[in-house]
Design a protein around this ligand. Structure first.
Ligand SMILES: N[C@@H](CCC(=O)N[C@@H](CS)C(=O)NCC(=O)O)C(=O)O
Length: 208
C-alpha cells in the first residue's frame, strides 16, 4: 500500500475535499498542518512539493500532487471503484465537470459572500459585491437544481467523487447569513450528502 501524506490544515475548503475523499476511500494517511496560521507553505522544502505555496498537497509514495480537484480525481482513479469512480467514462467526465464547475462557477461567488459577511468588519463590508455574488451564485444553483431534479447525485444514481467538492461548497452556502430561496432538488441532495461520515467529520465546520 502506498504511503500517503496530506499537507494542509483541515479548515481550508480545498483540504476538506481531499480529507473527505480519503475517508470515502477508507485510506490511511498522515496529515501535516500547513497553510493559514500554520505557515510552512512558503518554505523552500514545501515549494519543491507545491510551487504555488498553497494547500493541499498530497504526497503518494513521495510523489507530490497539487490542485485539490486533481488530487480528488487521482485518489478516486487510483484507489476507488464504481460508483464512487463511475465506470462509464462519460459519467466520470460528468463528475469531473461538476468539480470544475464548482471551482470556476459556484465557489468564487460563495467565497466572496463569505469573505464579506464573515471575515470583514461590518462597517467595511461591500454590500454591492455581496448582492452581485448572491445573484450569480443563485443563478448557478438554479442550474444545479434543474440537473439534480433529473438524478439524485451529480453523476447518476449514487454518490461519486463529483459530489464532494460541491457539497463542501454547499455547506458554506447553507450556513451563510443570507436569504436562500428553496431549491428543492439541491436541498434533497444536500440532506443526503451531509449524512456521509466524511462530511460530518471534515466538511461540517462553523464558517470562519
Ligand atoms: N486551486 C487550488 C487553490 C488552493 C488554495 O487556494 N488554497 C488556499 C487554502 S483553501 C491556500 O493555500 N491559501 C494559503 C494558505 O492557506 O496559507 C486548489 O484547489 O488546490
Amino acid at each position: 500500500m502506498s504511503k500517503l501524506r496530506l499537507w494542509g490544515q483541515p479548515r481550508s475548503i480545498n483540504v476538506v475535499k481531499v480529507l473527505w475523499t480519503l475517508d470515502e476511500l477508507g485510506l490511511d494517511y498522515e496529515r501535516v498542518d500547513a497553510g493559514g496560521k500554520f505557515g510552512r507553505v512558503n518554505e523552500a522544502d514545501y515549494l519543491t512539493l507545491n510551487p504555488n505555496g498553497l494547500v493541499p498537497t498530497l504526497e503518494d509514495d513521495g510523489v507530490p500532487l497539487w490542485e485539490s480537484n486533481a488530487i480528488v480525481r487521482y485518489l478516486a482513479a487510483k484507489y476507488g471503484s464504481a460508483p464512487f469512480l463511475p465506470a462509464d467514462l462519460a459519467r466520470r467526465a460528468r463528475a469531473d465537470g461538476w468539480n470544475e464547475w464548482t471551482s470556476l462557477t459556484l465557489w468564487p461567488q460563495v467565497q466572496k459572500i463569505q469573505v464579506q459577511l464573515i471575515r470583514t468588519p461590518e462597517a467595511q463590508r461591500d454590500l454591492a459585491q455581496v448582492a452581485d455574488a448572491h445573484e450569480k451564485a443563485l443563478a448557478a444553483l438554479h442550474i444545479l437544481d434543474r440537473e439534480l431534479a433529473k438524478r439524485p447525485y451529480v453523476a447518476g444514481d449514487e454518490l461519486s467523487f463529483g459530489d464532494l467538492p460541491l457539497a463542501a461548497t454547499a455547506q458554506r452556502w447553507f450556513n451563510l447569513p443570507i436569504e436562500r430561496p428553496i431549491l428543492k432538488a439541491v436541498e434533497a441532495w444536500y440532506q443526503k450528502v451531509k449524512e456521509r461520515p466524511g462530511f460530518k467529520r471534515w466538511a461540517d465546520l462553523p464558517l470562519a
